[in-house]
Design a binder for this molecule. Sequence first.
Ligand SMILES: [Zn+2]
Length: 604
Amino acid sequence: MDHFVVSARKYRPVTFDSVVGQSHITTTLKNAIRTNHLAQAFLFCGPRGVGKTTCARILAKTINCQNLGDDVEACGECESCVSFQNNASFNIHELDAASNNSVEDIRNLIDQVRYPPQTGKYKIYIIDEVHMLSQAAFNAFLKTLEEPPSYAIFILATTEKHKILPTILSRCQIFDFNRIQSKDIARHLADIAKKEGINAEHEALELIGQKADGGLRDALSMFDLNVTFSTNNHLTYAAVLENLHILDYDYYFKITDALTAGSIARSLVLFDEILRKGFDGHLFVIGLLEHFRNLLVCKDPATVTLLQVSESAERKYLEQSLMADLSFLLSALSITGQCDINYKSAKNQRLHVELCLMKLANLPQVLQLHSLAAVDETAKKKVEPQQSLNNAAPPSQAAPPQPAAPANGQSNGSAYANTPSQPVAAPQQATPQQSAPQQAAPSRLKSTVSLTQSLTPPAQQTTKQSNTEPSVDYAAVPNGAKREELTLANLQRFWYEFSQKRLQAGNSTTEQITLNREIQLNGTTIEIALDNDHQQDAVMNMRYELLGFLKARMDAPKLDINPRVAPQEVNRLPYTPAEKFNFLAEKNPYLLELKQALGLDVDF
Ligand SMILES: [Zn+2]
């Protein structure tokens, strides 16, 4: 009967060169052997199934080999090598600290260390999962590790380096094993498939490589499993997907297409299909996150190398990343990340994911509105002065029907005849007296008026408008208008006016907060109390405009402003239950009512 040997054992590397994906370690070890600079204690760190124990065994075999080749590889034929290959060597001792972690176990090991090797040069002690040793065992071991006999070599292996005591770390030469890249795993699997006469699709092997997440041993057992399930020794991508229960990454591409197109419906239907295939909602969310991450990585040529996918998938990622813009991906990552974090605590997990998809599908629209608003905002800022002028007076003048309009136009025409020839003024002068058709007139007139007015000096402007609202030009002095007396009431009125103008101009929140503050008048100085330096800066920044505005309206040439930061009250956090209740009740008075209505009391 054909005896089945699992690939992980059958194809366990026996030379340094055949170790997959850890060349930085095998090269260093080979050099150390060649130059005879071998440390007596090694610490091999790294994820499970990446070749730590394998490397330890190869090292043990190599340094004991009786005819070591020039390439520093064990011959595999000498007595020592053969006994190693048959697991019969007395020069190698393995201890699995995960199950043998007591002081006794370590003492047994230390006892053996006292006897020199009968054959060969070195005795090698491999302690696997060394972080599992008990504190006492560690201490017992430390002495031996400090002064080992010259023939003893210790190789400690661990998946959790951070759990190793510093006293141990400092006595070992440390080697960090890599997670093996999925491309390397796939290549290795392809070699094995060839040797075993298995016809495997490249994509299928890459899928196994990805699923193994850097662990070759896991990859090999998955490979075995799939071979067992395969028919006619043929390994297909679809079959591997099915056997390993992996969600086809095509789904992520499809769903992202739906999301960037803003289709809530399509994304929900796809999600339903995924659930009906028996996939877990949370795994889907995690996969989606990774998908977005991959797309993001594709955005920059410098980071494309971070994409750990097969070549055909890489092409797809690059294509889709062109369709999804950066702000979409960043927001999508954040939304999906939140969904991932809150998934476990959600009562209705399906709805939780669906909500996330809805938000994502809505994203393109939101981002579009956002960018439109941003464009609008900058445009508004540019037009702002004209616009306010426009609001101040002209509409009322332009609004009355024909008789006033042409007259106004005419007077404007003559009044501004001396202003430099502007293109905007031209049409106006061209249509002076004529009683233009009523319908067309107002709008056209309005635009010309506002444009020309914006070009005129403010002085003329205000005289003309005398009784109407003051100009927004903060520093403008209303020449003819009588300045009002400096009183607190007047100050408050004009202060408010100023703050409204600033608000229209789209000022900052901080500025608006400071303008909403209570003000006091002390002689000719405006006193304003603020919370912090930030607000003080805001006041100082608009100081000139503010004072200019006020001085133009009130007879107060010496008017000044004194913004000061009021000393903060000591902000003690509520501590006792009663304090906590009062603190909350202050924020929400209904709490008091509730307390009374239900006859509740604070628990002391
Ligand atoms: Zn040999």
